[in-house]
Design a protein around this ligand. Structure first.
Ligand code: PMV
Length: 323
């Protein structure tokens, strides 16, 4: 029997998370941690889904009802979207794995959705392109939280560096980090639900209008400035912009004591800038570090309570079929 494997990258939002929910731009890059999904046909319903990373499994009946771990419900939503595009629903077994940890704010749910959609549609002889993969993954993200901007599905599908504005086609940018610098990711290990943080920040923004409108405009400006800093290879300016973006996010309530500790520790160990990435409260932070100090920054972050910290490669390939 045929079996198809696909993978999609995780991501770090370099700048613009939360603000992107209300129409500001975000700058996002794929990272070299990938979710993989292997799909093979099954002779009868139910379909079976197993996630190694979550330690979860579920059965899916012909009506796309999920029995088992509810964290696998986005897969049903992806399938429903595919059915709406004319793909036939046939029973399968899907195994979700890879190196991208779930729940770390690194876009794992969107990457799994895109990789699953690619593997399933390839198995059925008509693999989706990036635009379709983004839409399929977005259908899954709507289950994870009610109001996704779409930035995570976009980067999982396209990879690279993207300038993203809600409701517009993502813009691919040919960027790289300034020579001699790396981005370090540190996972706080603290779980949180993206939807809860998104609602909290939106309430804060609403309660502080019209002043907060200026904050959203400033966040959008920071994204434009970061793109310019990257083009100019100006690491010091990029780091300062990241610090400023973190301050705005913290001001709207997306940070936490643990994340503040990590961000400050990274800066103290020599990072030029550091900020939360993704929704906040828990999940991960990123830091821009000189290559020569990256290991020191990582060990400081682990001493300060991070579950793990490591430099990541940015701008890797989007969703793809694996041999
Ligand atoms: O799910 P996370 O932690 O990668 O956060 C996504 C980024 C947000 O801007 C907070 C939400 C969104 O939909 O854009």
């Amino acid at each position: 029997m045929r079996r198809v494997r696909a993978s999609a990258p995780g991501k770090v939002i370099l700048l613009g998370e939360h603000f992107v929910v209300k129409g500001s731009r975000a700058l996002v890059a794929s990272i070299d941690l990938r979710a993989t999904v292997e799909v093979e046909p099954r002779s009868s319903w139910p379909s079976l889904i197993v996630s190694e990373g979550l330690g979860a499994s579920a059965a899916l009946d012909e009506g796309l009802r999920v029995r088992g771990d509810p964290r696998l419900e986005p897969i049903a939503a992806v399938l429903e979207w595919l059915a709406g595009q004319g793909y036939s629903l046939a029973p399968f077994k899907a195994r979700i794995g890879g190196s991208l940890p779930p729940g770390a704010g690194l876009g794992s749910s969107a990457a799994v959705g895109a990789a699953f959609a690619l593997a399933y549609t390839a198995l059925h002889g008509d693999p989706l392109g990036p635009e379709g993969l983004m839409e399929a993954s977005l259908a899954g993200e709507r289950v994870v939280h009610g109001n996704p901007s779409g930035v995570d599905p976009a980067i999982a599908a396209y990879g690279g560096f993207l300038l993203y504005r809600r409701g517009e086609a993502p813009r691919r940018l040919d960027l790289s980090l300034p020579e001699g610098y790396v981005v370090v990711v540190a996972d706080s290990g603290i779980p949180r639900r993206t939807g809860d943080v998104v609602s909290f920040v939106l309430e804060r923004a609403e309660a502080t209008r019209p002043a907060s409108d200026l904050v959203y405009r400033a966040a959008d400006e920071l994204v434009g400035a970061a793109v310019e800093a990257l083009r100019a290879g100006d690491a010091a300016r990029l780091g300062a912009l990241m610090d400023l973006a973190h301050g705005l996010l913290a001001g709207l309530g997306a940070s936490s004591e643990a994340l503040e500790r990590l961000v400050h520790r990274a800066r103290g160990a020599g990072a030029l800038g550091a900020k939360l990435t993704g929704a906040g409260w828990g999940g991960s932070i990123i830091a821009l570090a000189p290559e020569g100090l990256a290991l020191r920054v990582c060990s400081s972050l682990e001493e300060a309570g991070a579950r793990w910290a490591r430099p990541v490669k940015l701008g890797v390939e989007g969703a793809r079929l694996e041999a």
